[in-house]
Design a protein around this ligand. Sequence first.
Ligand SMILES: *Cc1c(COP(=O)(O)O)cnc(C)c1O
Length: 339
Amino acid sequence: MTQIAPIDLRSDTVTRPDEAMRLAMAAAEVADDVLDHDPTMRALEDRVAELLGVDAALWVPTGSMGNLIALMIHLNRGDRFLAPAGAHVLDAELGTAAWLAGGMPHPLAWDAAPGRASAGAIRAAAGASGLYFNLRTTLLCLENTHNAAGGTVTQPDEHALLVSVAKETGLRVHLDGARLWNAAVALGVPPAALTVGVDSVQVCLSKGLGAPVGSAVAGSPTFVAEARRIRKMLGGGVRQGGVLAAAGLVGLDRIDDLAQDHANARTLAEGLVELGWTVRMPETNMVLAEVPDPEVTLIGLRHLGVYAWPMPGMLRFVTHRDVTEADIKETLRRISSAS
Ligand SMILES: *Cc1c(COP(=O)(O)O)cnc(C)c1O
C-alpha cells in the first residue's frame, strides 16, 4: 500500500510554527524575564491585555497552568466552584483545581445550550452557604468556546447575564478562553466583548493561532502581580521567554484567519451529512459526529489517513491553520471512497 499523507483533525493543538513564525522567534529581542522582564514577553502581555480589554496579562507556558494560577488565586480550601459540565478545568486538568487550588468542583448541567448553564441554574447553585460545615461557593468558571460541547459559543449578552448573576450572588468569575479568539471571530465581535466583568481570563496562543507554546492569563494589575508569584511557585518562570512570546505575537496577527477554519469545519460537516453521517453543525472549528462505536470508526479513518479524536459516542474533527480547504475536500473524498 502506498503511504498517503495523513490529514490530522484530532485537535488545533497540532499546528506547527511556519517559516514566518520561526523567523520572528529567531529574531526576538530577549532578556531575563524572571529578573527584570523580557521585552518581547512584555510586548506580548501588553498586546493580550489590550485585545482582552483588561489591564494586565501574564504569559504562561500552558493553558492548564493559566487556569490553575487563576483558581489558586480565587479559591481557598473549603470553597466550591461552579463550571459547566465537561469543562476543561473539571475534566482535563487532572483535578488540580481541587488538589492544588483547594476548590470542590460542582459541574452545572447544560440546561441553556450545549456547553452552557442558565442564569437560573447558576443562581440556584450559588445559593446561601448554610451552616459552618457547608462548602462556600465562591467562583464561577465559564468556558468560551466550550471544547467538550464541540466549540460552542457564548454570545456577549448571554455572557454578561451569567456574569451579572455571579456578581449578584457573590461569586468571582474566571473565563477559560482557550478558544476565545474563535468565539470572537465566529460572532464578529472584538475579544474584549466576551470578557466583560470577569475577574480573570485565560487564552491560548498554541491552538488555532499556531504558536508552538504559550497561553496568557489576564486580569487586574493586582491579580497579575499575584499570578506572577504563583507562576514561579509552579516552576513556570522562564528566562529568555521572548523567543516563545514572539511566536505568540505572530499568532495574534492571525486571529482573523480563524474564519477560514470555521468555513472549513462547515464544509466538512455538510459533506459528512451528505455521506449519511449524523453531525452537529459547527459554531466554530469543531465538528462532532455521532458514531455507534467511536474506536472502530477511528481505526477505519486512520487507515484512510484521516485522524480524528474519540469522545463518548462521537468523533471530534477539529479544523486548523495546517489543514487547507483542499485537505477538507480530500478528507471527504477519502471517507466517501470507503463507504
Ligand atoms: C486546550 C485547553 C486548555 C489548556 O490546555 P493546555 O494544553 O494546558 O495548553 C484549557 N481549556 C480549554 C477549554 C482547552 O481546550
